[in-house]
Design a protein around this ligand. Structure first.
Ligand SMILES: [Ca+2]
Ligand SMILES: [Ca+2]
Ligand SMILES: [Ca+2]
Ligand SMILES: [Ca+2]
Ligand SMILES: [Zn+2]
Length: 604
């Protein structure tokens, strides 16, 4: 695999000795931001959380690394050859293939001509619960086929495109080293000193996590105290500069000796600000315009997002997208820069509000709503996928936030409030996760600070994601319940009635009724506005011996718009033709998002 670090420096023993880290296998990466600086070695970490219950089998209780996800998808493609197409749809910044699969019964028609849903996740490196949820959704469809009649019908009539790893580089860094970043590993100068990624965190105590360092500095010299509410002395409380006796840092060295710790880690862009709709630059000339941190050099500058957007725009049959993150949890949807009521068609908004309400019931999430008002409390997010998904792509678009540890915390210690003490109680008492949530403060001789203690919360498998095991499975299943509702809500055109009348003049009049059997309209109003969809048609194709009778409507007729379940009428349409002669004909009904229906008839 191609690795694109600017300066690769192979092997340095010096740094390992300096930091006290010992790595039994080859380091994940080694680089230096400047010839003046010590090379930085990122050791590999083998997390038990990345190990499957049964190697080669899917389970929703662990976090599969890149290789395992790819091999799992290859296994599905082998096991379900009629249902799965697996392919590479892009290449990441570091040169990893971006895999996607299409799930649909290929024997019932071209998958790209069926009503479709796209499911992805994990564009943010550390939000790895999302990849498990994308895989769980795929697994549900594949194992349910031929077993559950509703799922069988779905896979026969509709198409599901699944991309579990939208950002394979950042997530691999997260699952295979102690590092964590926002999204792409493309180097970025976070602190404006001209050096790229010169001061990431360092796993000084070698426990596989970047936690916190606390240092006792004497009364009045710090900004933290040991929280007096915690008799175990583990929780730290921020009290403001000059009021505390501890200083707290993130775990690491001041690699570039600029007086700050871990101020410029690997990468720094945000793939989720790189979408083309309402994109803003990171800086602008006037000082009066809106800017967006992490946006990237220009819209779709990042290959990971470019490949998603190009795939979607060339698959306008997709009505619904779900691209998952962590953590809130929340069903999260457009708009991201304006109020729903002022920028969405009321008829489209009704569907979104319906999914918000049903979603909360199915997942148990407390929150569902739009990015701008609900999630952002009036702060816009530019270049954000939900705005692209609705305004440009005209789809139902959710970017759900999975997992939130508050949903799993009760007043365990019985003091009448639910707070960090209850989380400590879980760490100390719940068997499955005992000792895994919080690491006790442990003395460490820091080469720059002197004696410190390293400890604190597990940043990966508690704060940002579920602990592996039953917590992860529960979090994923909540989300899958909602995603199955979305899957069952696709539009679906069908020929629900056909009549043939043999006229006195020897001609035959054919009348068909076309109905939308799906929940959604065959396209949202926004999709019509931006013309991501074309008007559907019904076409009569005449075989040998048949011809169109004079006065008959044309063989190919536009069928316009089909309403969905929340609209009062417009769900069915009748189309007629009159033909002369005898023979076989076929009818083809096609809609961009409502699917393709064919029917053969004989006139004799
Ligand atoms: Ca820098
Ligand atoms: Ca950086
Ligand atoms: Ca550590
Ligand atoms: Ca520094
Ligand atoms: Zn995210």
């Amino acid at each position: 695999m191609k690795r694109v670090w600017r300066t690769l420096v192979i092997g340095t023993v010096l740094f390992l000795m300096l930091s006290g880290m010992v790595s039994s296998t080859a380091p994940y990466m080694v680089w230096q931001a400047s010839p003046d600086l010590m090379p930085i070695v990122i050791p590999r970490v083998n997390y038990p959380e990345t190990h499957p219950i049964e190697p080669g089998e899917f389970d929703a209780q662990h976090y599969p690394t890149y290789d395992e996800v790819v091999s799992l998808m290859k296994k599905w493609a082998r096991d379900y050859p009629d249902l799965v197409d697996l392919y590479v749809n892009g290449v990441s910044y570091e040169g990893r293939d971006i895999w996607q699969m299409t799930i649909s019964n290929k024997k019932t028609g071209n998958p790209d001509w069926k009503p479709a849903m796209w499911v992805g996740g994990n564009r943010h490196s550390g939000e790895v619960t999302a990849r498990v949820a994308a895989l769980d959704f795929a697994n549900r469809l594949l194992t349910g086929y031929g077993v559950d009649s509703e799922i069988t019908h779905l896979v026969d009539t509709c198409t599901f495109y699944v991309r579990p790893m939208e950002n394979p580089d950042g997530a691999e860094l997260y699952l295979c080293t102690a590092q964590t970043n926002r999204s792409t590993n493309r180097p970025m100068d976070n602190d404006g000193d001209g050096l790229l990624d010169e001061d990431p965190g360092d796993d000084l105590d070698g426990d596989g996590f970047l936690r916190q360092m606390r240092q006792y500095v004497g009364p009045g010299n710090g900004n933290y105290v040991v929280d007096p509410a915690d008799p175990s002395g583990r929780l730290m409380r921020s009290v403001g500069s000059g009021y505390g006796d501890y200083r707290v840092y993130s775990e690491g060295l001041d690699n570039d000796e600029d007086g700050r710790f871990n101020e410029d880690g690997i990468g720094g862009l945000d793939l989720h600000r790189n979408y083309p709709e309402n994109w803003r630059p990171m800086t602008e000339a006037t000082g009066m315009g809106w800017t967006q941190s992490g946006a990237g050099e220009y819209p779709l500058s990042e290959p990971e997002i470019r490949s998603i957007v190009l795939f979607l725009l060339s698959h306008p049959n997709i009505s619904i997208c779900q691209t998952m993150d962590t953590a809130v949890p929340m069903h999260l949807r457009p708009p991201s820069t304006s109020k729903s009521e002022e920028s969405m068609f009321p008829s489209d908004l009704r569907y979104y509000v319906y999914f918000d309400d049903e979603g909360r019931k199915l997942s148990g999430y407390a929150r569902a709503g739009d990015v701008y008002q609900d999630y952002g409390r009036g702060n816009p997010l530019f270049g954000h996928s939900p705005d692209f998904g609705y305004f440009q792509f005209g789809a139902i678009w959710y970017g759900d936030e999975l997992w939130g540890n508050q949903d799993y915390v009760e007043d365990f210690n019985g003091d009448g409030v639910i707070d960090m003490l209850d989380r400590l109680w879980m760490n100390d008492n719940v068997e499955e996760i005992r000792g895994m949530l919080f690491k006790d403060w442990t003395p460490y001789e820091h080469p720059q600070l002197g004696l410190v203690e390293i400890g604190g919360w597990n940043p990966k498998f508690w704060t940002q994601n579920a602990p592996a095991g039953s917590y992860l499975q529960t979090a994923v299943e909540k989300e899958t319940r909602f995603n199955m509702l979305l899957a069952k809500s696709l539009p679906l055109l069908a020929i629900t009635d056909m009549n043939m009348v043999y006229n006195d003049d020897g001609t035959t009049t054919i009348a068909i009724t076309i109905s939308n059997k799906g929940f959604l309209p065959d396209a949202l109003e926004q999709a019509w506005l931006v013309k991501i969809v074309k008007e559907g048609y019904a076409e009569l194709r005449l075989g040998e011996g048949l011809s169109r009778a004079s006065g008959s409507p044309s063989l190919r007729q536009n069928i316009g718009f089909f309403a969905g379940a929340l609209q009062a009428d417009g769900h069915t349409k009748t189309v007629t033709w009159t033909v002369s002669g005898k023979g076989t004909a076929s009818i083809v009904v096609r809609s961009t998002r409502g699917g393709t229906v064919t029917k053969t008839l004989h006139i004799d």
